[in-house]
Design a protein around this ligand. Structure first.
Ligand SMILES: Cc1cc2nc3c(=O)[nH]c(=O)nc-3n(C[C@H](O)[C@H](O)[C@H](O)COP(=O)(O)OP(=O)(O)OC[C@H]3O[C@@H](n4cnc5c(N)ncnc54)[C@H](O)[C@@H]3O)c2cc1C
Length: 170
């Protein structure tokens, strides 16, 4: 399948700022690896996205080529749904930015961010939200960017919030 994609991949790379990884790339095996090592899937191409427009381009490419699409965020889904055989893996793991608005108590989290990324950013403002207790894990969603409502003590004018301890489930 990789061979039949060679020409379309060249066109795709022109509109895609991230890296496209196929089976002959030295990083192919490490990038396709999942948390559940029992699952060993071989996507035809892995699109390592660096920004939302990359994600849009990848989805368009996958649709145009009729490829099965798997979205990889933290890769912790135990069933291995972050990967597929012979299709397109849209890899968000490089997109880990987190920005917190303490006034509205909202956090915008890029699709590849892990819980530890979000905790570090929100706790700097004394804010937290319910989630898992294992920092290397992902939030439970696959959108390129999502806003999450935060809990914490009442906002103090002009000052930082006291630190909160995480109270999420495991
Ligand atoms: C040891 C362990 C501990 C855990 N602890 C917690 C916990 O404390 N709290 C908690 O909430 N969860 C926990 N989980 C569950 C985990 O957070 C979920 O499995 C979550 O889905 C993982 O997110 P991810 O970004 O790593 O998913 P990935 O494995 O990267 O997959 C991305 C997500 O996108 C979906 N997807 C892939 N392709 C498509 C497509 N084409 N269309 C639509 N969707 C698609 C996948 O099904 C998956 O949900 C734990 C899991 C493990 C293995």
């Amino acid at each position: 399948m990789t061979q039949t994609l060679t020409e379309p991949l060249g066109v795709f790379q022109k509109v895609f700022d991230g890296e496209l990884i196929t089976g002959d790339h030295p990083a192919y095996d490490s990038v396709r690896a999942l948390w559940n090592t029992e699952i060993d899937r071989h996507p035809a191409v892995i699109a390592r996205c660096t920004k939302p427009t990359d994600v849009a381009s990848a989805v368009t490419f996958g649709r145009e080529q009729g490829l099965e699409i798997a979205v990889r965020c933290g890769s912790h889904n135990a069933a291995g749904t972050a990967s597929c055989d012979g299709g397109l893996m849209i890899d968000l793991s490089l997109m880990r930015s987190v920005s917190v608005d303490p006034r509205s108590r909202r956090v915008r989290v890029a699709g590849g961010a892990l819980l530890g990324d979000m905790d570090a950013a929100t706790q700097a403002h004394g804010l937290a939200t319910t989630a898992g207790t294992v920092s290397p894990h992902r939030r439970r969603r696959a959108h390129p960017r999502r806003r999450i409502r935060l809990a914490g003590p009442p906002a103090r004018a002009g000052g930082r919030q006291p630190a909160l301890r995480r109270g999420g489930h495991g």
